[in-house]
Design a protein around this ligand. Structure first.
Ligand SMILES: Nc1ncnc2c1ncn2[C@@H]1O[C@H](COP(=O)(O)OP(=O)(O)OP(=O)(O)O)[C@@H](O)[C@H]1O
Ligand SMILES: NC(=O)c1ccc[n+]([C@@H]2O[C@H](COP(=O)(O)O)[C@@H](O)[C@H]2O)c1
Length: 229
């Protein structure tokens, strides 16, 4: 467990994803991770970064990064510790998650150079399941060396998600069992949910409300700009 190594350490959390659109579950995921680190590991979470993926990430119905970043900015506006960052989504190419982590380690390392500092990746169980996915051309979606480096050098906080089996997936990744001490799997006990951006897009397409699934300013922005119709 992450617990032993983090006492007194300052931690920044990073979540990568499409955020197409952002949902309350993306924000909950970060809150749950922060609670765990502060209550159970004795560390101080100093910031949470949500980084939307760049436009050329091959995902169906991906809205342009300008809109996705703006919605994430609105979603995090009232948070005292979370913010959206546009470095990744303004790159001309898709950036592998390990590279995104390295980028933020460098930037935040300068900011927190006076103290012991770590950056940890937060994701849902479905992302962990994708660690072992083989693409139609036979290549790996995730380079196994990247997965090992993410766990070894940064650490991973996983939120359980319906239909995902991250614990079973990690058991089949040799690099993961080697650094099991850098992984924590958590459940949102207060608000178990099966929310996804796909469900919000689908509701919008049918003309149904998504209010209270994502912060009000995001709902209003989507409606004003007639997104996802
Ligand atoms: N309900 C949820 N519970 C736990 N993790 C979640 C949940 N929704 C999203 N996440 C996590 O948030 C991160 C960003 O997810 P992403 O933007 O791809 O959202 P998504 O809802 O999975 O999107 P889509 O439905 O478009 O595939 C990922 O790590 C994902 O696993
Ligand atoms: N090899 C990699 O680093 C790799 C592979 C697939 C997805 N991802 C990341 O996972 C995140 C979530 O992707 P999905 O929206 O497809 O679940 C995105 O930020 C994406 O960049 C990284």
């Amino acid at each position: 467990m992450l617990k032993e190594s983090l006492k007194g350490v300052r931690v920044a959390l990073l979540a990568c994803g499409s955020f197409n659109p952002p949902t309350n579950s993306h924000l909950r995921m970060m809150e749950i991770a922060k609670d765990f680190l502060e209550h159970e590991c004795g560390c101080r979470v100093v910031e949470g970064i949500l980084s939307p993926v760049a436009d050329n990430f091959a995902k169906k119905d991906l809205l342009n990064a300008g809109h996705r970043y703006k919605m994430l900015e609105m979603a995090t506006k009232l948070s005292k510790w979370m913010k959206a960052d546009d470095w990744e989504c303004t790159q001309s190419q898709w950036t592998r998650t390990l590279q995104v982590l390295k980028h933020f380690k460098e930037v935040l390392g300068r900011k927190y150079s006076d103290a012991e500092f770590r950056i940890i990746l937060v994701c849902g169980g479905d992302v962990v399941d994708s660690f072992r996915r083989i693409l139609p051309d036979g290549s790996n979606l995730w380079d196994p060396k990247d997965v090992e480096a993410i766990i070894r050098d940064f650490g991973l906080i996983i939120l359980e998600r319906t239909s995902a089996t991250p614990v079973e997936t990690l058991a089949q990744i040799p690099g993961a069992s080697k650094y099991a001490g850098n992984i924590a799997t958590l459940i949102d006990e207060a608000f178990p949910n099966n929310v996804s951006s796909t469900k919000l897009r689908s509701a919008l397409k049918r003309g149904y409300s998504i209010r209270y699934c994502t912060p009000d300013p995001v709902v209003d922005y989507i409606l004003e700009n007639k997104l996802y119709l």
